[in-house]
Design a protein around this ligand. Structure first.
Ligand code: FMN
Ligand code: SF4
Ligand code: SF4
Length: 305
């Protein structure tokens, strides 16, 4: 049995190099699939594996002897790299400063985001945890204001063709199926979004992605854990912040391009490979606004029992 993703349908192969193995058992401890055991002082594959090797790579990464290799599901020993030194890692205070200084930025000074910074954002975002390896997150990158604007212009034209979705008759029809909170969301948020997006674009104003010079769309596949694109997008946002870019997450586009033939055509035009349960846009650019104060936030609840 193998857990399928869009990139891998088979289990990975576990190769143990017996001559190098000291039987320390570290690989056994970190394999959450129960795929390894120690027998006769050496690591062996176990017959108690739950799913079969998912190629998380943990056994390879923990082994001090280089005595275990994983091949398959896009992984090989060449995916290991030397850990950066611990004293180079940001400490809590540094991290908190970065997070506390962040604001959602929707005003940009017109400078493009340099190619190497785009690479760095992706380099950081790809380290995000995922429900199951190999990651099933896909990223669409629009790397200029012009590409962004063309995308949003098309998006608003597409919205116009599905405006019936927020018509009174459709929302009344759907209310018994999708319930009170969805009904409120549609009437008080989604419908006004449709209206403002479309009418602003007609006047040449982009209030969807704010003409940012860089847009990234993180989305999944039918196999993806729905949280994965959101986690990756969050990493990307924090990476952008660390480089002095202003960032803003945009949740409104994704749900509107999921359903129906027209949405599929729109996705195809932009090389968006799948409809997916969750997905998130993040915009990046050099801010033209500077905040003087931070803003305290609270969670809806924090309960401990
Ligand atoms: C999942 C998510 C979706 C969001 N969608 C939008 C959006 O579509 N348009 C927008 O202008 N801001 C959007 N935002 C930004 C929020 O409005 C913003 O985070 C919130 O107002 C708090 O401001 P702050 O980020 O400066 O603390 C989104 C944020 C998140 C986390
Ligand atoms: S961690 Fe390496 S050396 Fe230790 S038991 Fe596993 S394969 Fe052998
Ligand atoms: S790669 Fe992960 S699942 Fe596979 S044997 Fe190693 S620890 Fe277990």
């Amino acid at each position: 049995m193998a857990i399928p993703t869009s990139r891998a349908k088979e289990n990975a192969e576990i190769r143990i190099i017996e001559e190098l193995c000291t039987g320390c058992g570290l690989c056994v401890d970190v394999c959450s699939d129960f795929g390894l055991v120690i027998e006769d002082g050496k690591a062996k594959t176990s017959d108690k594996a739950v799913f079969g090797c998912i190629a998380c790579g943990h056994c390879m990464a923990v082994c001090p002897e280089g005595a275990i290799e994983i091949h398959g599901r896009t992984m090989s020993p060449s995916d290991l790299f030397d850990l950066p030194p611990k004293d180079k890692a940001a400490d809590y205070d540094q991290m908190l400063v970065l997070l506390r200084r962040r604001r959602s930025i929707r005003e940009f000074d017109g400078r493009p985001v340099e190619g190497n910074k785009i690479e760095q954002i992706l380099e950081a975002a790809v380290t995000a945890p995922m429900g199951l390896p190999p990651s099933d997150v896909n990223v669409l990158v629009l790397d200029s204001r012009e590409k962004n604007r063309a995308f949003v212009k098309d998006f608003c034209e597409f919205l116009e063709t599905i405006r019936w979705f927020v018509s009174d008759w459709f929302m009344a029809l759907m209310r018994p199926f999708w319930g009170k909170s969805n009904d409120e969301m549609f009437r008080d948020f989604v419908k006004p979004c449709f209206d403002i997006y479309i009418s602003s674009m007609k006047k040449g104003e982009n209030v969807v992605t704010y003409d940012a010079p860089l847009v990234m769309y993180f989305y999944g596949s039918p196999y993806t854990d729905p949280a994965d694109p959101v986690v990756a997008a969050t990493y990307a946002m924090i990476a952008g912040e660390s480089m002095g870019l202003g960032t803003c997450m945009l949740g409104a586009i994704h749900p509107m391009i999921q359903y129906g033939r027209k949405a599929r055509r729109f996705r195809e035009k932009y090389g968006i490979k799948y409809a997916s349960r969750e997905g998130l846009f993040v915009i990046f650019g050099y801010p033209s606004v500077k905040y003087n104060k931070g803003i305290k936030r609270t969670f809806a609840s924090v309960t401990s029992n």
